[in-house]
Design a protein around this ligand. Structure first.
Ligand code: ADP
Ligand code: MG
Length: 698
């Protein structure tokens, strides 16, 4: 079943359609539409239900509805921005106003008392009862209203200068062509049978033009079999692409790092034993790097699960084999901290550690660059600048990326290409993240990677007690913090981003720090935010680390990785504005030592139901995976992966939150089909990805 042959719609240019010239074609390209077949796969985002009227008496605010009523008045308001108000009454004897801000004189003349207006729009509460602003409407004489629509009206994704009506017309043309040149069925019959999914042509027709006999309720919920079919097909395509990417990686060459005696020396010198989970993940890594193909491994471990030491052990194994290791941290603070750990652990073993940062003196930097270029430096620590500046690695064998959620798929791939070695081998990649990612999401976002999970914390860690308090208690919390600090506790006070401006952001922290200083002059208060220079940040962190400060007032710059085991109290202001994953990250800055730790989440009232539910999850659990699952339910994938990360995850119909249950199914079938029907990969790729993004050549 070679599905690519004989598919005219996959070749037919959009300009062959009626009404499409070069200009319109260009706009369509912007939506990822290049050939007629692409229009068929430009699926409705949602549907408007114009098949039934809602009585005005039953409307609720925020609802989108079709209403119909008799015009009882129309007038222009006299305010500065005059608007046109048309008031209706319907059989439920309730009134509703249609409000138009922009209108032509001619339009204003159309409305006559006694006429019937049928309108579709969102219901709002206006100055005199319910209203719809700029509804789509039609006018009819009384006693002569045409029948309602028989089918749901699809709403398509649009772009600037290209509206619904144009798209609707083009898609209708494409559907007519589809009836003439049906698409070949890309999915094998046994898959369709087993999952009880309908054929492709029927599914496309149903979704673009749902018929009255179709189950409109299911369609609105995206639960219709035709939708399930396309959702599965799209997810399957993404899984197949990821597998392809992974396979092509696995065919590349990489250096082999045999087991290392020196790594065992570090293990023996540590003041602790690895947890079972750390040991298991370390074994997985050791096996990977002992193969001639690049490791592509993502290690997920909750905050404090001990990922750094695993990275160090992997680095030693590479260095021991004569290769260089680049360690990339998302911020300079973290790079600094890693540098301290790695120097402490590796230099006694005779492995030199180098680093690069933005504030080095020219001479120092030249020295470091020379060390790296001559392979004198084995382990090199820095931020992403490691791969942007004039750094020439000599024998780069392993790249470790810490806190992956800050790096997107594309950055990851770009980095990989840049770090190719002369002899056409590629370094191994180890990616570490403390943001637990729900399993289904990880399958999609990181489906090209092998996954290891450190699902155990070092022994003796006590769960962090979390309280959720109204901001009215802010001063009491400050007093409590002061008393605690006087008793030897170190604390963080976090002021999250409230305004989109770095400046205001820093000011919020400055104001809070000043309040503490004013009330308690003997409290040693530090302040850290994004506007400080690198040196100042490093000094501040060092002072806190050495307990020269009691309190560190900070913006969310301390979010990832900062490790000060003596800190045991954390206050987070405006906690309701932060994602759960981010709160979990922040909270993970305490509970790192032997002291019982506490966290206070301050919120600004009033807090809605969801807001309450979210903060209560933080109070009730310390388990990052549970928190991530809840975050996915409440806020969607963008929140967990970070906005940048979602760039490569734009789907035409699938929704990673709504369709989670299908992801493992798609993965399973991708594994089977990649082997049994390799042709399918190209057919699906052309349909769903096409020229939009080429995973295969990414
Ligand atoms: P994260 O996974 O958040 O990066 P770290 O690597 O910073 O965690 O580890 C947190 C703390 O736990 C560090 O002080 C580290 O030395 C310590 N640690 C790591 N592994 C263990 C272990 N197996 N037993 C006890 N302490 C450990
Ligand atoms: Mg870490």
């Amino acid at each position: 079943m070679p599905a690519t042959d004989n598919q005219p719609l996959a070749q037919q240019k959009l300009t062959s359609l009626k009404g499409v010239g070069d200009k319109l074609a260009e706009k369509l390209n912007r939506l990822g539409l290049f050939v007629v077949q692409d229009l068929l796969f430009h699926l409705p985002l949602r549907y408007q239900d114009k098949t039934k009227l809602t009585p005005i008496a039953n409307l609720f605010i925020g609802q989108e509805a079709l209403i119909e009523g008799e015009i009882i008045s129309h007038h222009m308001t006299q305010s500065r921005n005059s608007s046109l108000i048309v008031k209706l009454v319907d059989e439920s004897s309730q009134t509703l106003s249609c409000r138009f801000f922009h209108f032509h004189y001619r339009q204003a003349q159309q409305f006559k008392r006694g006429q019937i207006l049928r309108g579709y729009g969102e219901v709002r509460s206006g100055p005199s009862g319910l209203e719809m602003v700029h509804p789509a409407y039609q006018l009819f004489p009384r006693d002569n209203t045409p029948p309602l629509e028989q089918t749901l009206t699809p709403v398509y994704p649009v772009t600037e200068g290209l509206g619904q009506p144009t798209l609707l017309k083009l898609i209708q043309q494409a559907l007519t062509l589809l009836k003439q040149y049906p698409l070949a069925e890309a999915l094998p019959p046994h898959l369709l049978d087993e999952l009880q999914l309908p054929p492709i042509n029927e599914s496309l027709l149903q979704l673009h033009q749902p018929q009255p006999e179709d189950d409109l309720f299911l369609i609105k919920q995206f639960q219709h079999p035709a939708q399930k079919r396309l959702i599965l097909e799209e997810l399957l395509t993404s899984q197949l692409s990821l597998q392809l990417l992974r396979q092509s990686e696995k065919q590349r060459q990489a250096p082999i790092f045999p087991p290392s005696q020196i790594a065992n020396q570090l293990l023996a010198s540590l003041p602790f034993e690895l947890t079972g989970a750390q040991q298991r993940v370390l074994d997985e890594i050791r096996q990977d790097v002992n193969q001639p193909h690049p490791m592509q491994r993502l290690v997920q471990g909750d905050v404090g699960s001990g990922k750094t030491v695993i990275a160090a052990l992997a680095a030693i194994q590479a260095a021991d084999a004569g290769y260089q290791v680049a360690i990339m941290a998302p911020t300079e603070i973290l790079a600094e901290q890693h540098r301290n750990h790695f120097q402490e652990w590796l230099e006694p073993l005779g492995i030199p550690v180098a680093w690069l940062n933005g504030r080095m003196k020219a001479a120092e930097k030249r020295f470091m660059l020379a060390q790296i270029e001559s392979n004198e430096a084995k382990v090199i620590i820095g931020t992403h600048a490691l791969f942007q500046e004039s750094v020439t690695f000599n024998r780069l064998g392993l790249v470790i990326i810490d806190e992956q959620h800050r790096f997107g798929v594309h950055q990851r791939l770009a980095l990989h290409d840049k770090s190719q070695l002369d002899d056409d081998t590629h370094p191994h990649q180890l990616i570490m993240t403390a943001t637990p990612i729900p399993r289904t999401l990880a399958m999609t976002a990181y489906g090209d990677l092998d996954l290891s999970i450190i699902d155990e914390l070092p022994p003796g860690r006590q769960p962090i007690d979390t309280a959720v308090l109204n901001n009215q208690k802010r001063f009491e919390v400050m007093e409590h913090l002061y008393a605690q600090c006087k008793a030897g506790v170190q604390a963080y006070w976090v002021c999250p981003l409230i305004e989109e401006s770095e400046l205001l952001h820093a000011q919020a922290a400055e104001v809070t720090a000043q309040q503490f200083k004013d009330h308690w002059p003997d409290l040693r208060v530090g302040l850290i935010h994004g506007r400080l220079k690198g040196d100042e940040k490093a000094e501040m962190m060092a002072a806190f680390q050495n307990h020269e400060l009691d309190l560190l007032v900070a913006t969310t710059v301390i979010e990832v990785g900062v490790n000060v085991p003596n800190a045991s109290l954390m206050i987070i202001e405006n906690a309701e504005r932060l994602g759960l994953a981010q709160l979990h990250q922040l909270r993970g800055r305490v509970g790192r030592g032997h002291k019982k730790s506490h966290c206070v989440l301050l919120y600004q009232a009033p807090l809605g139901e969801t807001g309450k539910a979210r903060l209560n999850i933080m109070r009730d659990t310390n388990d990052g995976f549970r928190i991530a699952e809840e975050d996915l339910k409440l806020r969607g994938p963008g929140e967990i992966l970070g906005t940048r990360q979602t760039g490569g995850l734009q789907f035409r119909i699938a929704d990673l939150k709504r369709d989670q249950e299908w992801i493992p199914v798609a993965k399973h079938w991708a594994e089977t089909l990649a082997v049994s029907d390799p042709d399918i990969v190209d057919a699906l790729h052309t349909r769903w990805i096409g020229e939009r993004m080429d995973y295969k050549h990414a």
